[in-house]
Ligand binder design. Sequence first.
Ligand code: CAA
Length: 382
Amino acid sequence: MKLHFTEEQIMMRKMVREFAKSEIEPFVESMEKGVFPRVILKKMGELGLMGIPIPEEYEGAGMDFTSYMIAIHEISKVSAALGVILSVHTSVGTLPILAFGSEKQKKNYVTKLAKGEKLAAFCLTEPSSGSDAASMKTRAVKSGNHYLLNGSKMFITNGGEADTYIVFARTSSGSGSAGISAFIVDKDAQGLIIGKDEHKMGLNGSRTVQLIFENAQVPIENLLGEEGQGFKIAMANLDGGRIGIAAQSLGIAEAALEKATLYAKERHQFGKPIASQQGIAFKLADMATNVEAAKLLVYQAAYLKGNNLPCGKQAAMAKLFASKTAMEVATEAVQIFGGYGYTKDYPVERYFRDAKVCEIYEGTSEIQRIVISKHLLKERFS
Ligand code: CAA
């Protein structure tokens, strides 16, 4: 399979590359100091990057899913933190409302999110339920015109910065996935408390917080889909979300490969460039092969998703392989840079720190293997 991007997709890549170089790259240092890139997100909104796969009818750019993945891939080559902010905002923050929302919810929320006037977050994980998402404890009880939410959510990307939160809570007694519902919660909902900020290994500049719900009032009309449909809404959107994280991983891996290759050609030891030493040349060859394979998996999954074809297995494979590749390629890049790679003078140590979480969030690598094997075991072989 060879990748053939359309003219429109190539133009998108060119535009995002230029934007990343001129606007994002100079801001990376501030993000490394913890500054949230509000100013960059505003510019991204103006360029239509906050709603790439959202139809024009709802104020999006009306482009295909592959173009959206190209944007995450290219942005993540420069800033993986910005890559995850965009991916969470679009894939699991905005698209669930587009797919499952009422017309009123789409008009009220999707239009503003797609223009970048508002930022979204996705709230599934809890302090004691991560991989086993269906074991969540947050409850929603109907009271008059509202649901009252009680519980807490953990590791919420964009939390504290977002205006709109997609929150999952249990609406019927018992355990299991059937009693879970999804809600659209506004940031100023009474009883929604922004908890502590996580101090992470990497992805500096992307904010991650805990959320606490203390009788948080959510209007009945903000139920997303039907009562009991929440777990399926979460899972269906995570299929697309995982392709976004795979594209983010691909961006990190490709950036690490490019930096390591350039450095290996410039750095001389034993009278010649280290790239001419077979030990380093073979490392670069393996890194490049894995990056290429990750690219094929990412864009295959994006194609399937964009054409409304089943993509759960391919999304999980793309996420599993691309995140592993990001971690391995970043590790080898640090090794090729030697002592310099361990300093903050070069970006490879940032790639190394940023890559690790790609194997953890939006479903750990172990969860991706569960998803892949479940699909595999259902398949018929002739
Ligand atoms: N699409 C639609 N429905 C789906 C689905 C999908 N992809 N996957 C499962 N379902 C449905 C099933 O059909 C089933 O429905 P029925 O009961 O009607 O048959 C229901 O959901 C339950 O499915 P399972 O029995 O497979 O559910 P499970 O409890 O065994 O869990 C799991 C499956 C794959 C392990 C799931 O819990 C999972 O994905 N866990 C990981 C959670 C995760 O990815 N968290 C990420 C948090 S978000 C994040 O990280 C964002 C960020 O900040 C970057």
